[in-house]
Every structure is written in C-alpha cells, then in structure tokens.
Write a protein that binds this ligand. Structure first.
Ligand code: ATP
Ligand code: MG
Length: 203
C-alpha cells in the first residue's frame, strides 16, 4: 500500500483503509500522519490500531504526546492504555517546561497474555504500537526547536524501537524522522465535509 492515493468518503472509509494497511505492518515501521486539524489522523490511527489487533480503545494523545499500546492486553487494565508522558514535559495547556524524559520503549510493560476476548482484528497484535501526537512540540514543519525537544524527551528511541510508530503532525519533527518512513497525508476535499484524499508515499 505504498505510493497510492485513496479517496475516502466517510470516517469508516478512512478507518478501514488504515486497518487494511496495518495488516502488513512490521516492527520498526514508522507511519507519519499529516493533514490539518480534524482531517482524520486520529481516525486513521484508530483504524490502524484495530488492524494490528490492539484490543483497547485508541484515544488521541494530544495532551500526553505518546500513548503506548503494549502487545496484547494488560492485566487488570483492559480499557486503559498507557500514557507515557514526560512528567514536566507538556501540560494540558500545551506549554512545555523543562522536559523530562519518556520511559523508553517497552519499559512500562511486562504484558504477557491475559485470558479474555481475542481482538476483533484478524491479526493478534505481535508488537507494541507507539501513538504520538507532536502538535504541541513545535510551530511549523521541520521546526528545529521541536526536533530538539523530541530528542530531549527520548522520542528517537521509540523510532528505532521494537514496535510500530504512528506519529500525528510528524512534519513538525521532519528532520527526526528516519528515511524509509511511510508518510500518509490526509486532505479535506472541497465541497464535501466527509471526503478526504489520503496519499501514501515512502520517503
Ligand atoms: N472521510 C473521513 N475520514 C476521517 N474522518 C472524517 C471523514 N469525514 C468526516 N470525518 C470526521 O472528521 C473528524 C476527524 O477527526 P480526527 O480527530 O481524526 O482529526 P485529526 O486529524 O486527528 O485532528 P487533530 O489534528 O486535531 O488531532 C472526525 O470527527 C470524523 O468523524
Ligand atoms: Mg488527532
């Protein structure tokens, strides 16, 4: 599913497109989501997570910057994803004080398999999903201050980690994204509130 353009006519179209794309995802993949406010990046992320087999509800990480969905389910925490935010990193108002550091990939989890309903998706989730939203890190595409902040709080470690990274507003930290990432641009289409053009390319 590389270098293709898809016309989505509904939220469900976008969700299903992303879910299909996830079926061929491998550890180490980096999916960069771009597109304006409300274009559908989080909808895409939810569909992608479902396609991977993430059992928990996927929510927007805007205020936490990173939510880690470990492999399978968490004991006793079936509905709670991990929020891996830097303490003192970004607060709810979006301002950033002295950045802390993120825990590092996998450090929150000792997941194991837990009895329960298997994920709806065809594939059982075999690797963690790291869902980022770096909107609050910077001001513009390729923002060097944002790249420094991302590095300072340990973001790069996840990019070279053992899971799949999905990054909303990835263009803000453009120079931090390794070559070979998949860029997914979601654009609103004029005239129809529910139509989006989704362009996928490897860079
Ligand atoms: N074809 C479509 N694809 C995706 N979402 C759509 C589509 N048509 C309408 N929508 C609606 O657009 C909104 C997209 O919201 P979403 O949170 O995914 O955007 P976002 O790009 O993540 O925004 P933000 O940058 O604020 O995080 C949802 O309310 C969704 O129902
Ligand atoms: Mg979003």
């Amino acid at each position: 599913m590389e270098n293709e353009t898809f016309c989505s006519r509904s939220r469900e179209d976008t969700y299903n497109f992303a879910s299909r794309m996830a079926q061929s995802a491998k550890p180490g993949d980096i999916i960069c989501l771009t597109g304006g406010l409300g274009s559908g990046k989080t909808v895409f992320a939810k569909g992608f997570a479902a396609g991977l087999g993430v059992a928990r509800e996927v929510v927007s990480p805007t205020f936490t910057m990173l939510i880690e969905y470990p492999i399978g389910r968490m004991p006793g925490k079936a509905d709670e994803p991990y929020r891996v935010a830097a303490p003192g990193g970004i607060d709810e108002t979006g301002s950033m004080d002295a950045p802390g550091s993120m825990a590092g990939p996998g450090s929150m989890a000792a997941p194991g398999r837990v009895a329960g309903r298997p994920p709806e998706a065809a594939a059982a989730q075999r690797f963690p999903l790291y869902h980022f939203d770096v909107y609050r890190l910077g001001e513009r595409p390729n923002d060097s201050a944002a790249v420094l902040r991302f590095e300072d709080i340990g973001g790069v470690e996840y990019l070279f980690g053992d899971g799949v990274c999905l990054i909303e507003w990835a263009e803000i930290i453009g120079p931090a994204i390794p070559e070979g990432a998949l860029w997914v641009e979601i654009k609103r289409c004029a005239g129809d509130d529910n139509e989006r053009e989704i362009a996928v390319r490897r860079e």
